[in-house]
Design a protein around this ligand. Structure first.
Ligand code: HEM
Length: 157
């Protein structure tokens, strides 16, 4: 939605409780996404900064909570809109899944064929890890996923 943004604008959230290795801002606005290591931290940031926070293991839940809070608290939504991030009705929003899957902030050496990057990683392609969404995510996720995966897996094996 919003462009990538540096933490420098929000130095107060760069504290020891936020693991810098895991941090990433993606929304250039007061309502933006911060990847943090725990739901507790996400909630803490959300409360103090009026921002939307999520994490690689916490995204689904925390983003839901944050969205609920935005709907409950119009001031947060108004702030985002005042900063120019209102998305007018009927706007076509394209999610650039190819680029997301090659974002060097999430994928070291993104162009390298490196299956081991998934060893001990909780990231998979079923639409719950938004850094990797080859089948999309959410309501319009590819319904052929369960058919497609074995049909790739078997020939590959
Ligand atoms: C490796 C194989 C496949 C990949 C990578 C893939 C990927 C995708 C992606 C990215 C979307 C868009 C999801 C979104 O809008 O969020 C999609 C939608 C869709 N896919 Fe697949 N797909 C694959 C195989 C299949 C197969 C085998 C079928 C059917 C047997 C299928 C049926 C569909 C349908 C019907 C939609 C539209 C869903 C909707 O708009 O509600 N796909 N797929």
């Amino acid at each position: 939605m919003c462009s990538r943004y540096s933490y420098s604008k929000y130095p107060n959230i760069l504290n020891s409780e936020v693991n810098s290795r895991d941090t990433e801002t993606t929304f250039d606005c007061q309502v933006f996404n911060v990847v943090v290591s725990s739901p507790e931290m996400a909630i803490k940031i959300m409360k103090t900064q009026d921002i939307l926070s999520g994490g690689s293991e916490t995204s689904a839940t925390v983003v839901d909570w944050a969205m609920a809070e935005m709907m409950r608290n119009p001031r947060v939504m108004a702030k985002a809109q005042a900063e120019g991030f209102e998305i007018p009705s009927k706007t076509r929003v394209m999610i650039y899944a190819w680029a997301i899957g090659r974002d060097p902030n999430h994928w070291p050496q993104p162009e390298k064929l490196d299956p081991e990057r998934f060893v001990n990683s909780s990231v998979d392609f079923t639409g719950t890890n938004f850094e990797f969404i080859p089948f999309g995510a959410g309501r319009r996720i590819c319904p052929g996923l369960l058919f497609a995966v074995p049909n790739v897996e078997l020939p590959l094996a």
